[in-house]
Write a protein that binds this ligand. Structure first.
Ligand SMILES: Nc1nc2c(ncn2[C@@H]2O[C@H](COP(=O)(O)OP(=O)(O)OP(=O)(O)O)[C@@H](O)[C@H]2O)c(=O)[nH]1
Ligand SMILES: [Mg+2]
Length: 212
């Protein structure tokens, strides 16, 4: 749930990167961390196993610039994708303002994508949130690998709500900031509607941060 502090003029939002095991969630955060200047980010915290699988979550605090006189802080989290960590996934999802669903484009991982998307809907519902009420962006990751399904096919199978979606190769930084920009815009737009009834699009400064 977004926190708006009028005294310090700060807005804090939580974005959760969700998706099946090894789809590239942690890789997204690592790339963001590597590209954002030091004065706009905090330490990235990763709680992982020896083999680099996320055990609890990754956490990356970012400052994405000022809008309407407010400093916007985004807290990026990843969940552990492995099926048996569902309790942790549900916990990390709590209070999310926006979700990035990182799908693995490889044909061999398609069933896991579908299962994980279903699991996302289920866990949101357990927190009393209908997936249609929260900004969601889909990232089709690993486009650099052979044996992937086409984006058009994945769109048809996964994106029945027609939410913003992006092809990506997070390992090479492709699509990472497009995805982050889109979800943060969605979150801020929703927040603006809640705060003052405005539907004006708000554009955070992800672009600038990503290019420095
Ligand atoms: N070729 C390729 N490899 C990728 C890409 N994105 C991630 N990977 C690799 O895929 C593996 C898993 O990536 P992670 O980011 O750890 O995946 P995760 O979604 O955080 O996995 P869990 O923590 O187990 O849920 C790593 O070896 C990454 O380097 C990509 O776009 N292309
Ligand atoms: Mg991970």
């Amino acid at each position: 749930m977004s926190l708006v502090n009028y005294a310090t003029r700060e807005i804090t939002c939580k974005i959760v990167y969700y998706g099946p095991g090894r789809s590239g969630k942690t890789t997204n955060l690592q790339y963001v961390y590597s590209r954002v200047p030091w004065n706009r980010k905090g330490e990235m915290v990763s709680l992982a196993t020896d083999s680099d699988r996320t055990l609890f979550f990754d956490f990356l605090p970012l400052e994405l610039g000022r809008i309407s006189g407010f400093t916007t802080r985004f807290q990026l989290y990843t969940v552990p994708g492995q099926v048996y960590y569902n309790a942790t996934r549900k916990l990390v999802l709590q209070g999310a303002d926006g979700v990035v669903f990182v799908a693995d484009s490889q044909r061999s991982q398609f069933a896991e994508d579908i299962e994980s998307f279903r699991n996302l809907q289920e866990n949101l519902l357990e927190h009393g949130i209908d997936i249609r009420e929260i900004p969601v962006v889909i990232q089709y990751n690993k486009r650099d690998l052979p044996n992937t399904f086409s984006v058009a096919y994945l769109e048809e199978e996964l994106n029945f709500r027609n939410v913003p979606s992006f092809p990506a190769a997070a390992l090479h930084g492709k699509g990472v900031f497009d995805t982050l920009r889109s979800v943060s815009e969605g979150v801020l737009r929703k927040l603006a509607r809640k705060l003052n009834g405005s539907t004006d699009a708000i554009t955070p400064e992800v672009d600038r941060a990503g290019k420095r």
